[in-house]
Ligand binder design. Structure first.
Ligand SMILES: Cc1ncc(COP(=O)(O)O)c(C=O)c1O
Length: 475
C-alpha cells in the first residue's frame, strides 16, 4: 500500500506517475497497445490468495496467476516471512565457490518426489533456461544434436527452446534455428516413425500443452519413454507449467506411473511465484556425461543460479504444498470446475469442448455460421480470428472481474490457471461469469464485433494513474 513512507512506496509512486510514457518510450509499446485495447491496463494495488485488487478497490479472481506461477497465492504469509528472514539473515549469496546448502537440500527434496532415476538438479532462473540446460545435456549424452518436438509445443523463447517451438509464427524471422522436427501431439505412431531415423538427441514434450490445455492420453508418456529408450533418444518432460501440483499431482508424470523420463524440467510455481527459478532434474547417467571430470565442473553454469531467495522460496513452496495438500485440493477443485464448465458446454452452443487437467483448464469456443463467414473473408478474417476469443476475455474482465486469457497459438481457447489456493466461492464466480459471458456474446451481433467495439471503447480512454479518472474505463 502507498503512503507508509518507505523507499519502496516512494519509488513505486514515482514509477506510477509516468508509467505510460516510460513504458512506451523505453519498453514494449506494442504490448502497451495490446493491454490497453483489451482493458488489462489497470493499476494493481494488492493481492490476496487468488484475488487481485485494483487501485479503486475492485476485487478480481485471477485465473491467469502470472502464467500459472502463483500456485500458493500471491500473499502467503509463511513464504513472505521466510523470504524476509532470508534477506535479513545476512546469509551471503553467490559466493560461487561453495557447496550451496540450500540448493543441495532443495535438489534432494525434489529428487525424492521425482521418478527414482532422477538424481541430480541444475537450478537456473526461468523455464526456458531450464529447457536449454536439458537440451545441452541431451546433446552431450547422446552425441546427437537434433530435437524432436510436438505441434504447437511451447518450451520458451530463447534460441534453443525456440527450435523446439511448435508455432511457426513464433519462429518466423529468427532462423536458422537448431535442427528440429515437429510431430503431432499425443501421437505414438508418429513418434515411433520419427525416432526410427535415430538422429534425435531428445524428444521434448509437455504432459499438458500449455497453449491449448490439451492433455496427453493416459499412457502416452510411458509408451513414449519406451520408444525413446529403444531409439537411443532421451525423453525430456517439460513440467514447467504442469509441475508442483497444477494437474492434481506434484508432477504430471505421476498420472502415468510407468513413465521413466531421462530429464524433467520445472520452473514457474517452484518458487511460489515469489522469485524466478528453473530446475532441470536429470538421471545420473545423463548428468555424468556432461560433468565427467573436474576440469568440466563448470561447463554448464550461470552466475545467478541457486540464489538464497530462490532456494528458500523453493523449499518453502514444497512445505506449503504438503501442509496445505495443494495437489489433493487441486484434483478435487479441478474436477468440480471441469464438471461445471462441461455443464455450461451442454447449455451453450458456443462452448465446443473442455480440456486439461486439475486447475489447468481450457474451454474451446465455437463460432456461429455468421462468424465463420466473417472469418473466411480477407483482412476482416484475420481481425475476426484475433477478436473472437478476446471478446470473451474482455467481457470476463470488464463485467465480471475475472482474469483469464487466450494464447497466441490458440485464440479460440479460453485458458484458466487460477492459483491452487483458489476457494470454492471464487470458482463459482468464474463459472457464473462464463455462463453470463456466453449468454451475452452468443446472442445478437457476433462476439468478434462486440470485442472490436469493446477494444475501441478501451482505446478511447487515455490510461491514467489517477483512479478517479480511470473509473469510466471499467464498464
Ligand atoms: C511448458 C513451458 N515450458 C517452458 C516455458 C518457458 O518458461 P519461461 O517463460 O519462464 O522462459 C513455458 C512458459 O510459459 C511453458 O509453459
Amino acid at each position: 500500500m502507498l503512503g507508509a513512507g518507505t523507499d519502496f512506496d516512494r519509488l513505486l509512486a514515482e514509477a506510477r506517475r509516468d508509467v505510460d510514457a516510460n513504458f512506451r518510450e523505453h519498453g514494449n509499446a506494442q504490448f502497451a497497445n495490446m493491454i490497453r485495447l483489451t482493458g488489462f491496463d489497470r493499476e494493481w494495488a494488492r493481492a490476496d490468495g487468488a484475488l487481485l485488487f485494483d487501485a479503486e478497490g475492485r476485487e478480481y479472481v485471477d485465473c491467469i496467476a502470472g502464467y500459472a506461477v502463483h500456485a500458493i497465492g500471491r500473499s502467503h504469509p509463511d513464504m513472505i516471512a521466510a523470504l524476509c528472514d532470508a534477506l535479513r539473515s545476512g546469509q551471503p549469496q553467490w559466493v560461487q565457490f561453495e557447496r550451496n546448502p540450500l540448493a543441495a537440500l532443495l535438489a534432494k527434496r525434489l529428487c525424492a518426489r521425482a521418478p527414482a532415476a532422477l538424481k541430480h538438479v541444475f537450478f537456473s532462473n526461468s523455464g526456458t533456461e531450464a529447457i536449454e540446460c536439458a537440451l545441452k545435456l541431451a546433446r552431450r549424452a547422446t552425441g546427437r544434436s537434433a530435437v524432436l518436438h510436438c505441434d504447437m509445443a511451447f518450451h520458451g523463447l530463447t534460441l534453443g527452446s525456440l527450435a523446439a517451438n511448435g508455432n511457426p509464427k513464433l519462429r518466423e524471422g529468427f532462423g536458422p534455428l537448431g535442427d528440429s522436427e515437429c510431430i503431432p501431439f499425443d501421437d505414438l505412431p508418429a513418434l515411433e516413425q520419427a525416432l526410427a531415423s535415430r538422429r534425435f538427441s531428445a524428444f521434448l514434450v509437455e504432459p499438458v500443452q500449455g497453449k491449448s490445455c490439451h492433455a496427453a492420453s493416459e499412457r502416452f508418456l510411458s509408451e513414449a519413454a519406451r520408444l525413446c529408450s529403444r531409439a537411443g533418444t532421451l525423453l525430456i518432460v517439460d513440467e514447467v507449467q504442469t509441475g508442483i501440483g497444477r494437474t492434481g499431482r506434484f508432477l504430471a508424470v505421476e498420472h502415468d506411473p510407468n513413465c521413466e523420463p531421462d530429464i524433467i524440467v520445472l520452473s514457474k510455481a517452484l518458487a511460489g511465484g515469489f522469485v524466478p527459478v528453473g530446475a532441470t532434474l536429470v538421471t545420473k547417467k545423463v548428468w555424468d556425461k556432461t560433468f565427467d571430470s573436474m576440469s568440466r565442473a563448470l561447463v554448464h553454469a550461470s552466475t545467478f543460479q541457486s540464489g538464497v531467495l530462490a532456494m528458500t522460496a523453493g523449499l518453502m513452496t514444497l512445505e506449503i504444498h504438503d501442509r496445505e495438500n495443494l495437489s489433493g485440493r487441486t484434483e478435487t477443485l479441478g474436477n468440480q470446475l471441469r464438471n461445471d464448465f462441461e455443464r455450461l458446454a451442454r447449455q451453450h452452443r458456443v462452448i465446443g469442448a473442455v480440456r486439461g487437467r486439475g486447475l489447468m483448464l481450457g474451454v474451446s469456443l465455437r463460432k456461429s455460421s455468421a462468424e465463420n463467414l466473417l472469418a473466411s473473408l480477407p483482412v476482416i478474417g484475420s481481425l475476426e480470428e484475433l477478436a473472437f476469443g478476446q471478446a470473451f476475455v474482455m467481457e470476463m474482465l470488464a463485467t465480471h472481474a475475472v482474469l483469464c486469457q487466450v494464447t497466441e497459438s490458440h485464440t479460440n481457447i479460453l485458458k484458466f490457471t487460477p492459483p491452487l489456493v483458489v476457494r470454492e466461492p471464487e470458482c463459482a464466480r468464474v463459472v457464473a461469469a462464463l455462463d453470463a459471458t456466453c449468454r451475452k456474446l452468443s446472442s445478437g451481433v457476433s462476439a468478434s464485433v462486440r470485442g472490436a467495439l469493446h477494444a475501441v471503447r478501451n482505446a478511447c480512454f487515455t490510461p491514467t494513474s489517477d483512479p478517479s479518472e480511470s473509473k469510466e474505463r471499467i464498464v
